[in-house]
Ligand binder design. Structure first.
Ligand SMILES: [Fe+2]
Length: 217
């Protein structure tokens, strides 16, 4: 028998509906893989899921029942305990062993029975109890975040460091201006030549009278 999630299966409590959805999903996967001849390969993964299921989902459902003072809590917890013990026994029996067809048929029957007898009957009673008593549930708490915050507060784990902001790129430096060329020194003015002293013109000698031309001899 193949079971798929539909609204008729809702209990009306998000935490419990989520628990049922995930279990129905895993059961459907087992059913499909068995029909395709790959159930053996999935068996170990299914056992891992069931271990998480009994340690997380069922624990959460019981916490909710205590929170709302569910009047059928003790009887319900007894059914949970039986399921827990059966899962633990199956895990121990199959540790390191080869998976047989009988193992697959057996676990398929075990899960189908749990879905029909417990989820469709016993867990539905919790939803009815909430409706009849007009209980308003608190918004679901993020358990993982709550646990992490608690551990951080106890300094058991270091909070993840915030990423350092990337350094802003330095502005490209403007090229330094080339030094202005020093002004060439103005050429010193050449000294004006000292005026030559005025020389008084020599008195021209009085023209001597030329010698008389020699006389030919
Ligand atoms: Fe339950």
């Amino acid at each position: 028998m193949f079971i798929e999630w539909n609204d008729d299966l809702t209990v009306g409590i998000e935490a419990i509906d989520d628990e049922h959805k995930v279990l129905i999903l895993e059961f459907g996967k087992l059913y499909k893989l068995m029909r395709e001849g790959h159930g053996h390969e999935y068996f170990d993964e299914l056992l891992e899921f069931l271990e998480t299921y009994i340690n997380t989902y069922i624990e959460r459902e019981e916490a909710l029942q205590r929170e709302i003072d569910y009047d059928g809590y003790l009887e319900h917890k007894e059914l949970h305990d039986q399921f827990r013990n059966n899962v633990k026994r199956i895990i121990l029996q199959h540790h390191g062993k080869e998976v047989t067809n009988e193992d697959l048929l057996s676990i398929n029957t075990f899960l189908r029975k749990w879905l029909i007898d417990h989820i469709l009957i016993e867990d539905m009673k919790i939803g009815e109890f909430i409706k009849v008593n007009g209980i308003v549930l608190k918004p679901e708490v993020d358990l993982e975040a709550e646990l992490k915050a608690e551990l951080e507060a106890q300094s058991e784990i270091e909070p993840e460091p915030e990423p350092e902001p990337e350094p802003e790129p330095e502005p490209e430096s403007e090229p330094e201006p080339e030094p202005e060329p020093e002004p060439e020194p103005e050429p010193e003015p050449e000294p004006e030549p000292e005026p030559e002293p005025e020389v008084e013109p020599e008195e021209e000698p009085e023209e001597e009278e030329p010698d008389p031309e020699p006389q030919p001899f």
